[in-house]
Design a protein around this ligand. Structure first.
Ligand code: CA
Length: 236
């Protein structure tokens, strides 16, 4: 279906180089996307706070606030919109930093517009698959897009930070995540500490464990936390 128009998908293009921004905008609009544009990081962040997008094309080097910081702040607020990062430099350092703050893919300039669109379609496919299946461990299910969990017949709403904590634990399960790893997974490389983490774990337990006979979110003393389905705990 590579040539089908992308009807109505909303893309935010954040790029300060006018010619590149215009080329990308024109191309994506002709392909059926609804395109918005920001030429600096501060404007992009404001737009992302006000409006929801399906995809973000984010240049790394931007005036006022760079792409790394825009992405970091978006994820910190719990925003899960897929981000394709653009960079003029093809360095491993840039890529690792981008992935660390939550970018989903990378494209090095100069690039072909066809490749840009192929990457965007791939990101949309990945996101849809993730949203459809959600994360499931035993009778616990997390829908990240809706920020909702289900355990047995209980169902509830989570905060963005609770979603990030639970998603990290579910992805790692049955392995233990260290306190520092969880702080990074929830708050990124800035903000958050073990006290905040303990508070967040406590609030999550009230929702997913308290009404049930067997807790799933377990402390591993002095190390971290893990999530196990009751059958794995040998007491189901
Ligand atoms: Ca730039």
């Amino acid at each position: 279906m590579a040539n089908e128009p992308a009807t109505g998908l909303r893309v935010l293009v954040v790029e300060d180089q006018r010619d590149i921004a215009e080329n990308v905008w024109d191309y994506l609009e002709r392909r059926g996307y609804e395109v918005d544009h920001a030429h600096d990081g501060v404007t992009a962040t404001r737009l992302l706070e006000l409006t929801s997008f399906d995809l973000i094309v984010l240049d790394l080097g931007l005036p006022r606030l760079d792409g790394i910081e825009v992405c970091r702040q978006l994820r910190k607020r719990g925003g899960s919109t897929p981000v394709l990062m653009l960079t003029a430099r093809d360095t491993l350092e840039d890529k690792l930093l981008g992935f660390e703050v939550g970018a989903d893919d990378y494209l090095t300039k100069p690039f072909a517009l066809e490749e840009l669109e192929a990457r965007l379609r791939n990101l949309i496919r990945r996101t849809r698959r993730r949203e459809m299946t959600g994360l499931v461990i035993g009778d616990l299910r997390l829908d990240q897009a809706a920020q909702q969990f289900e355990r047995g017949r209980q169902r509830g709403q989570l905060t963005p930070l609770q979603v990030r904590l639970l998603a990290a634990l579910m992805r790692a399960s049955p392995n233990v995540l260290r306190h520092a790893e969880l702080v990074t997974a929830v708050w990124g490389t800035e903000g958050g500490d073990s006290t905040a983490l303990h508070g967040l774990v406590h609030s999550l337990r009230q929702l997913i464990d308290r009404p049930f006979k067997h807790a799933m979110l377990l402390s591993v003393h002095g190390i971290g936390y893990r999530l196990l389905q009751p059958a794995d705990q040998g007491d189901a």
